[in-house]
Write a protein that binds this ligand. Sequence first.
Ligand code: UD1
Ligand code: CA
Length: 458
Amino acid sequence: MDPQVQAVVLAAGMGTRMKSKVPKVLHPLGGKPLLWHVLHTLDEAGIEKRAIVVGHLAEQVKAAFPEEKNWFLQAQQLGTAHAVAMAREFLAQAQGFVFILYGDTPLLRSQTLQEMLALAQETGRGVLLGAKVADPTGYGRLIRNEEGLLAKIVEEKDASPEERAICEINAGVYCLPKGNLWALAKISNNNKQKEFYLTDIVEILAQAGDNLAIYTTPDPDEILGVNSRRQLAELEAIMRERKLRELLDSGVTIVDPASTFVAPTVEVGQDSTILPFTILEGETAIGEDCIIGPRSRIAGSKIGNGCRIQESIVLESVMEEGVSVGPFAYIRPGTIVRQGARVGDFVELKNSTIGPGSKVPHLSYIGDCEIGAGVNIGAGTITCNYDGVHKHRTIIEDGAFIGSNTNLVAPIKVGQNALVGAGSTLTEEVPPGALAIARARQVNLPKKEKNISKQENP
Ligand code: UD1
Ligand code: CA
């Protein structure tokens, strides 16, 4: 986007209608705070110069966005125009056009910002984002003049019954040429709420012959604001539908959209299939030709092409190409499962690497462990990685075979191609190629002796 564009985002409001201890703009939608979505839209539109006005629980909001530089404090929430005025210093430096937007309209699309800017450049006028909606309740109503330009905005609380019936509403996004900013200083709090309404800028500019033009969104969903938990839930549903539609259109099969949840931050490759009751969250990327689900949850993970993940949880981990996981596996953060490896049922992995083609097929806990290529881990193998104070690593080299029900007391290393007898509790290193057995020898007591001991000890 034109470098002569900047934005002011208003996020100081109490969010009283949310009835929450958490500032409104930090409530999550699609797994990310409301304000994140607005900032992301600005990123997509290439608007890097921006100021954010915070007030209610300002420190908490700022801490959630450590990369943002221009914060302005509105100590008392005296209205949206008062909030903009807090960014005075930032506005004084502005060149070209300034967008003003609200932190509680997370569905806004970057394309809309681009269209608004184009209209502003073409007409030389400020542009307001409007929408035609079936139910205008709660929004400011747009009053047009004879030429179809904006004459004024009337807030619902101040509207007459005729004005209330207007279904064209203010979405709360403004694209103003720098030359319009003088009008901010003229806004008063002369209304029922005794608030400084940003919307009054429209009438002030109109009186100076500088009416704003209206850009009407083709997608009225995008202007929806979050003022209550009900609206938050409604937007979650819309966002989810948008994402599922996008995936379906891009060549992903979703067997049951009604039970599938995919965050907007997730990518899924072509010809992958998502089975019912599956949740994909955070920065997750799934490759092509995968089958994911049913009943799986994957968060913050990278899944390669051709993987099969069923009835399992995968958190902040990497599955390379052709990996099979589950059913009922729990893969915790920091795990890498290399190409073609298999993680079977009732297996927990944590902070471990499973080498290419290796198998952990059943009933194991593998934590802080490095497993090489072509290793077979027998059922019930446990890495004893924690001595009560510290965590220790286990290393199992290429081609090793660990017999069932083995305990590996870390720190420990099992060398290349070594063999470990079932039921062993290993406390010492196994050299490459060796056979290690660490268990008590079986004793079979003859029947007679057994009877005697019974008599002695009734
Ligand atoms: C506002 C608009 C309304 C529009 C609607 C769209 C005004 C006066 N009204 O109403 O015309 O239809 O948005 O969603 O602008 N804020 C501050 N400081 C304040 C007050 C608010 O930073 O003193 C912030 C809030 O955090 C919020 C945004 O401004 O992000 C909008 O405030 P809100 O109270 O939600 O306005 P609405 O009643 O929704
Ligand atoms: Ca609002």
